[in-house]
Design a protein around this ligand. Structure first.
Ligand code: HEM
Ligand code: HEM
Length: 130
């Protein structure tokens, strides 16, 4: 296992998660007030991939220090937190008919999914026996 000081602490995952919660709520309220639900998939994924998934990862890393210290946690952290904002912005553009954002959407989905793969690998490798 490769241990490094630069792996993000559990608190960093949780603080970012709360920021996504606020963004999701703002978007949810805006949709409700305007009665325009075009951005519903953005709201749903900011809430579930931003707030819920980041918080869950933070709690898991808090519970399993060996997984948190792995280089895989660092890969997960950066791919999740670079991929997701790009994915949400390009998805919002696509939903407004700006199809030129499709390439960025596809690329950011790939980045995000690769981060989740690193997470899955980390869980199986560093959580201990099932
Ligand atoms: C004050 C906070 C929130 C407001 C005002 C709000 C508002 C909304 C609205 C207006 C929609 C669209 C409904 C429709 O198109 O019929 C929606 C969908 C959704 N919201 Fe929220 N939301 C809030 C918080 C959250 C949170 C915290 C989560 C998750 C942790 C969440 C998850 C979802 C999901 C998954 C959908 C899509 C549901 C579906 O596919 O039918 N929302 N929300
Ligand atoms: C890279 C990963 C993901 C991609 C590319 C993706 C893609 C999509 C797509 C294309 C839709 C249909 C949107 C529409 O009907 O307009 C969708 C809906 C949805 N996805 Fe995902 N998804 C991903 C991950 C997830 C995860 C991990 C969750 C839950 C934790 C999730 C929860 C949902 C929900 C609740 C809906 C319904 C939202 C709505 O009604 O607008 N997705 N997703």
């Amino acid at each position: 296992m490769h241990v490094t000081d630069s792996t993000p602490p559990a608190s960093r995952w949780l603080k970012l998660a709360v920021l996504y919660l606020l963004a999701a709520i703002a978007l949810g309220v805006a949709m409700g007030v305007s009665a325009n639900f075009t951005l519903r998939p953005v709201h749903a994924h900011v809430a579930l991939l931003g707030w819920a998934s980041l918080a869950l990862a933070g709690l898991i890393y808090g519970q399993y220090p060996r997984a948190a210290a792995s280089w895989l946690a660092r890969v997960h952290f950066w791919m999740h937190n670079l991929g997701l904002p790009l994915m949400m912005v390009s998805l919002a553009l696509m939903l407004h008919g700006i199809t030129a954002a499709g390439g960025v959407l596809l690329a950011s989905e790939g980045i995000f999914a690769a981060g989740c793969l690193a997470f899955a690998f980390n869980v199986f490798r560093n959580l201990g026996p099932a």
